[in-house]
Structure formats: structure tokens, C-alpha cells
Design a protein around this ligand. Structure first.
Ligand code: ZN
Length: 368
């Protein structure tokens, strides 16, 4: 129905008026029933109540204003009723929104599973770092952090890797370019171990010191199943008066039991690190076979897990340049370090180190 479809009335008796208004009311109801959304509600409003072009305006002009004086009252009453009906229909549509028919068209199958929002979870490396940190935190260690871009002094020299020392070759790394004019000790590089944080901590506070240092390190190692040029370490440092190798053994034995279970045994072998003297490699009894020998421990019953030793007096001498209390004649201490990836791979049965960095959710989702 358009404005042109509104006929001019020729008779104004009740029957004729009822018929004419009845037809319009019917049209309004069927228009309202077809409303299927907010846009249709607005279209309905314009079509019926538009000030210039609306159907009610047209009816008012053609029927009400054109009616003879004696018919004004019955036409006017019917017009008011029609207007109230249209406004009622509009209000109803605005409130209820789409009609049942429109809803049925967009029906939702409530038996379908909903959209699951995944909450974040700790990456296996983060989890391992946190587990190790927690064990030492319980022993009174605090967490130390430091820069990943370090000076040669903190990464090498103060850790007793003098310039030209062959031990530097085992920790080749990326260096920042165009630093040839700087003294060697000030040149920047990506740290090869978290040990620089040991020196930075000692420089900033007198003994006693107990810190655990989790962090990312970089080395010029070719990527293979168990090596990556970027990996994570956890190092620890304990300095006080009368710290002995027995304290080191007792601390690490306790930590390994806390990490891998109370039945785990530890054993220590002589080793070499520039910053500790004496130094040792630590093995734990195989957590898979209980020490009987299996494929994972290459039938030895033991797994090598970390390095440690008594802090070299030369390292204390560097610390003493800023904190005289680190007099190697008066204090002693031990340090240890382990690779987080190696422990994570062992604990979670991961065979390729690269899987830890690939960001593949199918892989990572297993550890949620
Ligand atoms: Zn084994």
C-alpha cells in the first residue's frame, strides 16, 4: 500500500468508514508482523508515521480534512484509533525486536558446543624455570636478573675468562658491531651465561648473598636435536663466611630431590669452569629407570645435569674492587648452573629442542 492506494472516500456512513479504516488497520498489522530487525522497525515508522509522506498523514489529508462537517466526528474517532494502533504496533516491534518468523530463520542449535576461550598457560621452559626458582626460594634464595646485552667485562673478564683464554672459545657469541675503538672490557655482546648477574649482585651488596638467576643466554652453537643458539639457564650463587663444598653438595642434593623426587641420588665428578675452583659436574640417578640403566641414560643409570663449584678467589677479587667485603681470605661461596631446556626435555619427554621454540599450539597444548 502506497499513498496513492489510499482512496478518496465517497460515502461517510458507519459501514463505509468501518470498511475503509478496517482495510488500513489490516495493512498496518501485516506490515508490523513482517518486521525482522531494527532497520525494518525504522522503515515501518517512516512508512506509517512519516511527517510528510507517511500513510497516516495521507489518510488525515484525504479522509479527515476532506470529510463533510457532519462526518468529522466519526472519521476523527476512527482516525485516532488507527493512530493509536500504529503507534502501539511500532512500540511493540521496537521492544520485542525480530518476529518469531525472523527468529526461526536464525535459529541456533543450542546442542552445539560453545566457543571455548583458551586461558594462557606457562610455557614448559617458563614452568621449569619457575619450578627450579621455587626450590631455591624455599631455601632463602632471592631472584636475580640482569641485562642480556652485556659487557665483555661482566660476561668474561670478571668471571675469570681473561682476554685470550681458551675457555672463551667454548662460549663464542654474537658481539655488537663497530666497537673496535672501545677497550675490550667495555665491548657489548649477548651474554653466554647468566653468571654476569652474579658479579653485578656482588658489586651491589656485601655478603651474605644467596641468589638464583633464571635467564636467557646466547651461544654460537649449531642447532641440533639438543642444542640451540639461544637457551635458558638457572644459576645460583651463595656467599658467606665458612661456606664449604659440603654446603654445595648438601644444597644441590636437596634441590635435585625436591625437583625430581626424594629417591633421586646425586654424584659429583671433577670438572673445570674458569669461575669456580674446585669445579664439579653433577649427575643424578636416572629418573626413568631408577639407576638400573635404560635408553634415556644410555644404560649408565646416571644423567649429567649441572655444573658447580666453589667460587674462584679471582672472581671474589673482581667483586672486591667495588665491595671490599668480598675478601677471598675471609669469605667463601659456591655457584652452580643448569640448562632449563635440558631439564624440561627430560621431565616432559621432549626429544627435539626446537619444538620448545616453534610456537606450535598442538605441541604446547600438551603441557596445559
Ligand atoms: Zn635410565
Amino acid at each position: 500500500m502506497t499513498n496513492d492506494d489510499i482512496p478518496n472516500l465517497t460515502a461517510f456512513d458507519d459501514a463505509a468508514l468501518d470498511k475503509a479504516f478496517g482495510a488500513v488497520e489490516q495493512q498496518a498489522k501485516s506490515d508490523a508482523a513482517a518486521i525482522d530487525g531494527p532497520q525494518a522497525v525504522e522503515a515501518f515508522r517512516l512508512r506509517w508515521l512519516g511527517r510528510k509522506q507517511g500513510l497516516l498523514k495521507e489518510i488525515s489529508t484525504r479522509w479527515l480534512k476532506a470529510s463533510p462537517v457532519e462526518a468529522r466526528k466519526p472519521v476523527g474517532e476512527r482516525f485516532k484509533t488507527l493512530q493509536a494502533l500504529v503507534e502501539g504496533l511500532l512500540e511493540q516491534s521496537s521492544v520485542t525486536g525480530p518476529t518469531d518468523a525472523a527468529l526461526a530463520a536464525e535459529a541456533i542449535d543450542i546442542t552445539l558446543p560453545g566457543t571455548r576461550r583458551l586461558t594462557g598457560a606457562e610455557h614448559p621452559i617458563t614452568r621449569t624455570l619457575n619450578e627450579i626458582t621455587r626450590v631455591f626460594a624455599a631455601l632463602g634464595y632471592s631472584v636475580g636478573v640482569g641485562p642480556e646485552v652485556e659487557t665483555d667485562f661482566y660476561n668474561f673478564e670478571s668471571m675469570n675468562f681473561p682476554p685470550g683464554h681458551p675457555a672463551r672459545d667454548t662460549q663464542d657469541t654474537l658481539v655488537v658491531a663497530n666497537q673496535d675503538r672501545r677497550p675490550l672490557r667495555d665491548r657489548l655482546l649477548l651474554r653466554t651465561h647468566t653468571s654476569p648477574v652474579q658479579m653485578r649482585t656482588m658489586e651491589s651488596q656485601p655478603p651474605p648473598v644467596r641468589i638464583i638467576i633464571p635467564g636467557k643466554v646466547h651461544r654460537n652453537d649449531a642447532q641440533d636435536a639438543t642444542h640451540s643458539p639461544i637457551f635458558h639457564q638457572v644459576e645460583g650463587l651463595c656467599v658467606d663466611s665458612n661456606i664449604t663444598f659440603s654446603d654445595l653438595k648438601g644444597t644441590l642434593d636437596h634441590a635435585m630431590k625436591a625437583l625430581f623426587g626424594s629417591s633421586v641420588k646425586t654424584r659429583f665428578f671433577p670438572s673445570f669452569f674458569p669461575f669456580t675452583e674446585p669445579s664439579a659436574d653433577v649427575q643424578i640417578s636416572c629418573i626413568f629407570c631408577g639407576g638400573n640403566g635404560c635408553r634415556k641414560c644410555k644404560n649408565s643409570g646416571w644423567i649429567e645435569l649441572l655444573g658447580c663449584g666453589m667460587v674462584d678467589p679471582a672472581v671474589f677479587a673482581f667483586a672486591a674492587q667495588k665491595q671490599p667485603a668480598y675478601d677471598p681470605k675471609k669469605i667463601s661461596g659456591f655457584a652452580f648452573g643448569m640448562g632449563a631446556e635440558r631439564i624440561a626435555m627430560m621431565k616432559y619427554g621432549i626429544s627435539e629442542i626446537g619444538q620448545l621454540y616453534a610456537g606450535d599450539m598442538r605441541f604446547l597444548g600438551q603441557f596445559v
